[in-house]
Write a protein of this length. Structure first.
Length: 281
């Protein structure tokens, strides 16, 4: 039919009577996919026997398939710097980075479920270097729970007349947190779907408090996960490429699933690491 167009998007629709233009939310871009790390040739790997032995331990841990919530630990402290760097070159850097308190820095490798844990001292010097294999690092979860309490924090502004939905949300959170048991399905409160005043946001921030752990997942756009001062309460935010929040949630769960490697991920990582190590056998 002449004159008929199926185009949609910004500029394709007529303006409203008040002159407002329909705005389309920008979704996250840049989904990352697995690519095999650039590893040294077999001849170049001579002299890195200790590192290869540790990587074989990592493979054995992946094939053991640690239970959900558990990890297997491989210490790298006894290795010299070149061997530790060789391991870093083989494992590469994956989608998830974590800061836990002042001492723990964590980088997931390109092999999902293989976590490089760097522990630093008060001066920022490396104190410990290790790998944890599992869905989520136990040391990070311990840091998230270390100073967290079991209940929401007291409210400082409960009588503020500008509060709208935050008190009801806090009541729902308190009930869910009290009933939550490890292994339960997560309970998600989508704040993006609720009308919230600035006072509401401040109130929820007061009740949840600030935790020790910040997780950045770049698997699809940017997802930032923050622990709170309450055990099993996490703040999960998704951002688009312009750093605008497109989804803001509170999750009552042991660890948000978006930060964790699934059982299938660990199995896939075992296959990929076996392929990499086959080059050096």
């Amino acid at each position: 039919m002449s004159g008929f167009s199926t185009l949609t998007g910004p500029g394709s629709q007529p303006l409203e009577e008040d002159g407002a233009e329909l705005a389309y939310m920008e979704m996250p871009k840049g989904m990352r996919t697995y690519s095999i790390p650039s590893v040294p040739e077999k001849e170049e790997a001579r002299g890195f026997g200790p590192a290869l032995e540790k990587l074989e331990e990592v493979l054995a841990a992946l094939e053991t398939a640690p239970p959900a919530g558990g990890t297997l630990r491989i210490d790298l402290d006894a290795l010299d710097k070149p061997n530790r760097e060789f391991i870093g070159q083989v494992l590469g850097e994956g989608e998830v980075s974590i800061i836990a308190g002042a001492s723990l820095q964590v980088q997931e490798s390109v092999l999902a479920g293989v976590w490089r844990i760097y522990e630093v001292d008060a001066n920022g010097a490396l104190a410990s270097d290790r790998i944890e294999v599992g869905d989520f690092p136990e040391s990070v979860l311990k840091a998230a729970q270390e100073l967290a309490g079991s209940c929401l924090l007291p409210a400082e502004s409960a009588a503020d007349p500008n509060l709208m939905n935050a008190p009801a949300i806090a009541t729902e959170l308190a009930d869910r947190l009290a009933a939550y048991l490890n292994g339960d399905a997560p309970h998600v409160i989508n704040l993006s779907l609720l009308p919230l005043t600035d006072e509401d946001s401040a109130y929820l921030g007061q009740r949840l408090g600030q935790g020790q752990v910040t997780v950045l997942s770049r698997g699809y756009g940017n997802c930032r996960i923050s622990s709170t001062a309450v055990t099993n309460a996490w703040r999960v935010r998704y951002f688009n490429s312009r750093e605008a929040v497109i989804l803001d949630t509170i999750e009552v769960t042991h660890v948000p699933a978006v930060a964790c490697a699934a059982k299938e991920d660990l199995e896939d990582s075992a296959e990929r690491l076996a392929e990499i190590l086959e080059v050096y056998r």
